[in-house]
Design a protein around this ligand. Structure first.
Ligand SMILES: *Cc1c(COP(=O)(O)O)cnc(C)c1O
Length: 220
């Protein structure tokens, strides 16, 4: 069997076990397979094995491989999980189905404008900088609830959840807990958290989607 397909199976089993442990339905956790840096030829076997939700962190890179794959497999759902420049909002809305990295007013306004213009049913997450790291994207935790409200009320964005990337050198548990608490306060049901090293833990903390790259496709 293809190595990535084998590893996809293992990741699925780990998610199912973590969900069972947390007394959650495994269907309540969506696996976002992060295919950044990998080419269409590497991704195709994973699609053929039934995976349909994928994550990419660069608009330009995604434009090079996904339009053809999406045409061939129209039920693929593509998530943007990397920072977005406002001059790329048009391309991002055209290619992606869900943008997980809304984190400032300007990008919220651009995305809202493009969504209306393109008449597309887009889904959005607000990225939260749970570790308050100066180099990292995301809205500050204490500004999150008000920002989500503005995204909805002022811009009309269909924000469905929150997303975070915990600091690499810290126990992610408290960051997952903080994201879950903020989502409850903001009235949001979806939590995108957990990567290859910590997705089982994220499921225990209530993740509704996990973004797993290297554990499926191998190291980058
Ligand atoms: C690359 C990336 C991932 C996947 O990371 P792995 O450790 O390879 O699973 C998840 N989320 C974001 C935002 C990423 O950029």
């Amino acid at each position: 069997m293809n190595k990535s397909v084998e590893q996809l199976q293992t990741v699925r089993e780990t998610i199912a076990a973590a969900a069972a442990e947390a007394k959650r339905d495994e269907a309540s956790v969506t696996l976002v397979a992060v295919s950044k840096t990998f080419e269409a030829a590497d991704i195709r076997p994973v699609i053929e094995a039934g995976q349909r939700v994928f994550g990419e962190n660069r608009v330009q890179e995604a434009q090079g491989k996904w339009p053809a794959l999406k045409q061939e497999f129209p039920d693929i759902e593509l998530h943007l999980i990397g920072p977005l420049q406002s001059n790329k909002a048009k391309e991002a809305v055209a290619l992606f189905d869900c943008i997980e990295t809304v984190d400032r007013e300007k990008i919220a306004a651009e995305l809202a404008k493009e969504t209306v213009k393109q008449g597309k049913a887009m889904r959005f997450y607000v990225q939260v900088n749970t570790g308050a790291e100066p180099q990292k994207a995301g809205i500050a935790p204490q500004e999150t609830v008000a920002f989500v409200e503005r995204c909805r009320a002022v811009h009309g964005l269909a924000v469905e959840g929150l997303m975070c990337i915990p600091p690499v050198d810290e126990n992610p548990g408290p960051h997952f807990a903080l994201l879950a608490k903020l989502a409850t306060e903001a009235g949001l049901a979806k939590l995108s958290m957990g990567m290859s090293g910590d997705y089982a833990l994220a499921v225990a903390f209530g993740a509704t989607s996990v973004r797993v790259g290297s554990a499926i496709f191998g190291s980058r």
